[in-house]
Write a new protein. Sequence first.
Length: 113
Amino acid sequence: MLRMRTPLALAFVALLGACATQAASGVTPAAPGFLYGVWHGFIFPVAWVISLFVPEAAVYAVPNNGGWYDFGYFLGIVVFGVGARKSHVVYRDRVIRERVVDGSHTIRREDEA
């Protein structure tokens, strides 16, 4: 049953995403493009906090030049900004080592002396 849910959920999200449109007034050729998108994505956390207190501040430029601005914004957040952290830490409490006893097919755990 789980194998059926995942593709159905992905299909639903894709259908929902296909409905998204941008107003024609929000896209103009001379507006901020790819590099501004990268910059705005990179400073997103700071801009978001500022936008909570300053009504004139926004985290996304409107109007922009469309898809290239969006792609730059995505790269700014994921690659260069918040999503770029490598803070994944693995802690090990106990390591068990095993070795094969010579002349047999027996595996002996090192903590079992």
